[in-house]
Ligand binder design. Structure first.
Ligand code: DGL
Length: 263
């Protein structure tokens, strides 16, 4: 038993889509969310830069006494998860990867699409996963241009969001894909628009949030560090940006718990 918090880290607000799954599946666990904010978006940055941000973030979470780290960011995972695991060998560190495997195992048309940041789509980790599971599946890669900025600016319900999401997703409609993988934790916030566009076109939208929460549950058990059943969980929010950003982060977290718009 261990009532210390689980640290969840992302470049900004996106990891809240994972945080929400953790909160629902593991209601006794305290969560400490670190949304960088200062260096967001990560998607167009170099691997070395992102690795530096991720090390700084995990150092901070470790200082705060977390018992586990969830890198709730596909981009930071591809750039840094191996380095983080080497640096903190005793800390369970969970990374996020686009759900390419389940999509490949269930596609009927043998064509899937992956929507992610430019960094994630060109990373070795993504290419390795695609080579392993998608050798006989065609993978259409699409960068969600401007998606992260929409979510960071609370513009998920705007006309601009509709325009940018349509621009990225509509070209997929006549490509014969039957699975659309959301490979960035910011993108589930745009899921209502995405679902509307692909509705009745036989395309299933898949993200990794729930699977990651189940993996965390499994690791808590394996390391024997789950919180006790009578623990009153605490929710804390930190950032490398300013207090205003931190407050927006907290507000967004409360909003998605009370109004599950990412479902
Ligand atoms: N939420 C992120 C991801 O899962 C990072 C987005 C960004 O900062 O570009 O990839």
């Amino acid at each position: 038993m261990n009532n210390a918090p689980i640290g969840v880290y992302d470049s900004g607000f996106g990891g809240l889509s994972v945080w929400r799954e953790l909160r629902c599946l593991l209601p006794h666990e305290s969560l400490l969310y670190l949304g960088d904010g200062k260096n967001c978006p990560y998607g167009g940055r170099s691997r070395a830069e992102i690795e530096g941000f991720a090390i700084e973030a995990v150092e901070r979470l470790v200082e705060e006494g977390v018992k586990m780290v969830v890198v709730g960011c596909n981009t930071a995972t591809t750039a840094a998860v191996e380095t983080l695991r080497k640096r903190w060998p005793d800390m369970p560190i969970v990374g996020l990867e686009p759900a390419v495997k389940p999509a490949c195992l269930s596609t009927v048309t043998r064509k899937i699409a992956v929507l992610a940041t430019a960094h994630s789509l060109s990373s070795d980790m993504f290419l390795d996963t695609a080579a392993r599971y998608a050798s006989d599946v065609e993978v259409v890669k699409v960068v969600g241009e401007g998606f992260v900025e929409l979510v960071e600016n609370d513009m998920e319900q705007s006309v601009e969001a509709e325009r940018l999401v349509r621009k990225a997703v509509e070209p997929l409609l006549d490509k014969g894909v039957d699975k659309l993988v959301l490979g960035c934790t910011h993108y589930p916030f745009l899921r209502p628009i995405i679902e509307r566009i692909v509705a009745d076109r036989g395309i299933e939208v898949i993200d990794s949030g729930a699977a990651v929460a189940r993996r965390v549950e499994w690791l808590l058990d394996r390391y024997d560090i789950a919180a006790s059943g009578d623990n009153t969980p605490t929710m804390r929010y930190m950032t490398f940006a300013d207090e205003e950003y931190r407050k927006r982060l907290e507000h967004k977290a409360e909003t998605i718990i009370n109004r599950p718009e990412t479902e």
